[in-house]
Write a protein that binds this ligand. Structure first.
Ligand code: UT7
Length: 355
C-alpha cells in the first residue's frame, strides 16, 4: 500500500494590500519591508475562513477527480477559526456537501500543515481512513493590530488544501519530525482569547493584535528548521541531494536563506512565494505547493521536504514521495465572490470593529 497526495488547490482572496498601501496607514516603507522580510504584498479576505478553505478544497477535489461523498475525514489546520464550535473543518465539509466524514480543527499555528500531513498519513497508514482532505488556512487579518507596524506588514489571508489517499504505489511519508518549545510560547501570542478572555472595555479587554518578539522567533525558526530538516533527512536515509524540492513555511525570506545555508540546502530547490502573499500561517505551505504544481516544478516521483515553524513555538519537517501524477485530473472554476472593496477598505473595516 502507498499513500500520496492526489489533489491540491488554493484560495488567495483577490484584494491585494501592497507595501505602498501600508505606507499610507503606518510608519513604514516598502524598502524596510522588502529588505527585512521579502514581502511585497498580501491578500485580505472579506469572506469567512470556511469559504476560503472550501474554495481550496474544491480545487483539490477536482484535481483528484474525487466525489466529496467519498471523503473520510476533513482536517483543518488553523489558528484563526471561524467559530470555536462548530469547527471550521465541519463548515468546509458542509460546503462540499459531505455529511458523513470525520471533521476537526487543530492548532499548531504556522506548523499546522506539516503536523496535519503527518497525522493524515499516519491515520491512513493505520487503516482508520482511506483518505483525508487536509486544509490549511487563516484569516489572520481579523486578529492583527493594523496600527502596529511590527506585525501588520508580515501576514496575509489565504488557504490551501490537499487530498491524501491510499494508493497502489510505493509512495510514502519517509519521515516526520515535529516539536514544540512551550517555554518560548510567549514570543508569539494572541492573548485574551478563549477562556482567558476578560470581557471589559472592548478596547482593553478584547483580543487585539498579536504580541510578538520578532528576533527571538527569527533565531529559533532558523535553528529549529535546520535541525529538524537534518533529523528528517537522516531518518529517511536521504541526503540533501536526494531532495528535489523544499516547500517551507513562508514567513520571511531571510529566515529561509539562513536555514538553507545552515543545512547546505540549495536555494534553487526552495519554493518561495512570500513576496506575493506574506505569511498566511497554516495556509502558506499548501498554497506554495499548489503554485509549484501549477508551474510544473513538481515532477512525478519527486522527493519533497516540507519545513515549518510557528507559534507554540512549534516546528516540523517531513519528507514525502510525490506520486506518479503531478497534473490535475480536472479543474474547478470556483472562486470567492469579489467583495467590491479594496484591501485598504477591508483593513479599515477591521480597525473600525475595534473602535
Ligand atoms: O511564522 C511565524 C511568525 N513569523 C515571525 O515571527 C517572523 C519572525 N521575525 C522576523 O521575521 C523579523 O524579526 C521581523 C521582520 C519581524 C523584524 O526584522 P528585524 O530585522 O528582526 O527587525 P527588528 O525587530 O530588529 O527592528 C529593527 C528596526 C527597529 O527600529 P530601531 O529600534 O532599530 O530604531 C524597529 O522599530 O526596525 C523597526 N521596525 C520597522 N521599521 C519600518 C519594525 N517594524 C518596522 C516596519 N517598518 N514595519
Amino acid at each position: 500500500m502507498g499513500i500520496e497526495i492526489t489533489g491540491w488547490g488554493k484560495c488567495t482572496p483577490s484584494a491585494v494590500l501592497t507595501n505602498s498601501d501600508l505606507e499610507s496607514i503606518l510608519d513604514t516603507d516598502d524598502e524596510w519591508i522588502t529588505t527585512r522580510t521579502g514581502v511585497k504584498q498580501r491578500r485580505i479576505a472579506e469572506a469567512p475562513l470556511s469559504e476560503i478553505g472550501t474554495i481550496a478544497a474544491k480545487h483539490a477535489l477536482a484535481a483528484a477527480d474525487k466525489d466529496p461523498n467519498e471523503i473520510d475525514a476533513v482536517m483543518m489546520a488553523t489558528c484563526t477559526p471561524e467559530f470555536l464550535i462548530p469547527s471550521t473543518a465541519s463548515r468546509v465539509q458542509m460546503n462540499i456537501g459531505n455529511n458523513t466524514a470525520a471533521a476537526f480543527d487543530f492548532n499548531s499555528a504556522c506548523s499546522g500543515f506539516v503536523y496535519g500531513l503527518t497525522t493524515a498519513y499516519s491515520m491512513i497508514h493505520s487503516g482508520i481512513f482511506n483518505n483525508v482532505l487536509l486544509v490549511g488556512g487563516e484569516k489572520v487579518s481579523y486578529f492583527l493590530d493594523w496600527t502596529a507596524r511590527d506585525t501588520a506588514v508580515l501576514f496575509g489571508d489565504g488557504a490551501g488544501a490537499v487530498l491524501i489517499e491510499k494508493t497502489n504505489t510505493d509512495s510514502k511519508l519517509h519521515s516526520s519530525k515535529m516539536t514544540c518549545d512551550p517555554f518560548l510560547g510567549e514570543a508569539l501570542m494572541l492573548k485574551n482569547f478563549g477562556t482567558s478572555m476578560e470581557i471589559k472595555d472592548p478596547k482593553e479587554g478584547y483580543f487585539f493584535g498579536i504580541s510578538f518578539e520578532g528576533q527571538e522567533i527569527f533565531k529559533n525558526a532558523v535553528k529549529t528548521m535546520a535541525r529538524l530538516a537534518e533529523e528528517a533527512l537522516e531518518e529517511s536515509g536521504l541526503s540533501v541531494d536526494d531532495i528535489d524540492l523544499c516547500i517551507p513555511h513562508q514567513a520571511n525570506r531571510r529566515i529561509l536563506e539562513a536555514t538553507a545555508k545552515r543545512c547546505n540546502f540549495p536555494m534553487e530547490k526552495m519554493i518561495i512565494n512570500l513576496d506575493q502573499y506574506g505569511n498566511t500561517s497554516a495556509g502558506s505551505i499548501p498554497i506554495a505547493l499548489t503554485e509549484a504544481l501549477d508551474e510544473g516544478k513538481v515532477k512525478p516521483n519527486s522527493k519533497i521536504l516540507f519545513l515549518a515553524f510557528g507559534g507554540g513555538l512549534t516546528g516540523a519537517a517531513a519528507v514525502i514521495d510525490w506520486g506518479g501524477r503531478s497534473h490535475a485530473l480536472k479543474t474547478s472554476n470556483e472562486q470567492l465572490p469579489d467583495s467590491g472593496k479594496t484591501a485598504l477598505e477591508l483593513v479599515q473595516d477591521i480597525l473600525n470593529m475595534y473602535q
